[in-house]
Design a binder for this molecule. Structure first.
Ligand SMILES: NC(=O)c1ccc[n+]([C@@H]2O[C@H](COP(=O)([O-])OP(=O)(O)OC[C@H]3O[C@@H](n4cnc5c(N)ncnc54)[C@H](OP(=O)(O)O)[C@@H]3O)[C@@H](O)[C@H]2O)c1
Length: 248
């Protein structure tokens, strides 16, 4: 990484695998103190500069305690990268209200559980940067994404909404929208994944965008442009194109 990074203390959720784990590794290698959270915790030998803080983001009280501990032991959190997420392909034959709730409580409420206490602390010191990983799946409704896509659309909307209040108080907001990344989350996908990326590349692009305080960090560009173009089409045409491409 060529640019020097502006943070002393970073908190990453969803740190035990995939994109979050790579973000932790790359930041720690730059001598940044990183608090790494996930339910399982960090399962491999802990790199220097990394503090292992197991946490379930659906537990709002545990999240408050975790943030308090990080700030007591490492110092004020300069940047949070909220990456904890869950995915389950939607199947009509097994459609389940409990599964809608589970995915929502991890992906959306898991982020808001972190955002609320972070905002209180960062607004009080008029400094800080909060980011979360949504997805390009939040741009448009996609086949098999009925559990997952709406939670990511909500996260994009949350970022757009919160930006207005947070910016004047000195707190930056960013939303990260990856396309397909080769992680445990996408391992079970039984369909072709266009523009599939390695998690190390996703982490590098994420960190670069955050260092530049970009509001939206979206990659890979060709896939993002196609999906953003579809977003602009009349709904019936968009549904037809997406359905035709996916063979639904
Ligand atoms: N891979 C992709 O193609 C892709 C594309 C767009 C967006 N994303 C998003 O990127 C983020 C990272 O996903 P990934 O692809 O890197 O998948 P991953 O390897 O499955 O990582 C998901 C992480 O979230 C953690 N997690 C899940 N539930 C949690 C909970 N309740 N509390 C705390 N941590 C929890 C998991 O660890 P534990 O099981 O230990 O808790 C794991 O560390 C997710 O938000 C995902 O939706 C991924």
């Amino acid at each position: 990484m060529s640019e020097s990074l502006p943070w002393k203390v970073v908190w990453v959720t969803g740190a035990s695998s995939g994109i979050g784990q790579e973000v932790v590794r790359q930041l720690a290698a730059q001598n940044i103190k990183v608090a790494a959270s996930s339910r399982k915790g960090w399962l491999e030998p802990l790199p220097a500069n990394v503090m292992n803080l197991p946490l379930d983001v659906t537990d709002a009280i545990a999240v408050e305690d975790c943030i308090a501990r990080i700030e007591k032991e490492l110092g004020p959190i300069d940047l949070a990268v909220l990456g904890a997420g869950a995915y389950q392909p939607f199947e009509l034959s097994t459609c389940d209200a409990a599964e809608f709730a589970r995915i929502n409580s991890t992906n959306y409420l898991g982020v808001t559980n972190c955002v609320a206490p972070l905002l209180r602390r960062m607004v009080a010191r008029r400094a800080g940067h909060i980011s979360w990983i949504a997805s390009v799946a939040g741009y448009n409704g996609l086949p098999k994404a009925s559990y997952y896509g709406p939670t990511k659309a909500a996260l994009i909307n949350l970022a757009e909404s919160l930006w207005h209040e947070a910016k004047p108080k000195g707190v930056a907001i960013s939303v990260i929208n990856p396309g397909f990344v080769e992680t445990p989350m996408t391992k079970a996908n039984d369909f072709p994944m266009p523009f599939l990326m390695k998690p190390s590349r996703a982490a590098t692009l994420t960190i670069r965008g955050l260092a530049r305080k970009q509001f939206e960090i979206a990659y890979p560009l060709p896939f993002v442009l196609i999906l953003k173009f579809l977003q602009k089409l009349p709904l019936s045409l968009k549904l037809w194109i997406i359905g035709f491409s996916a063979g639904t």
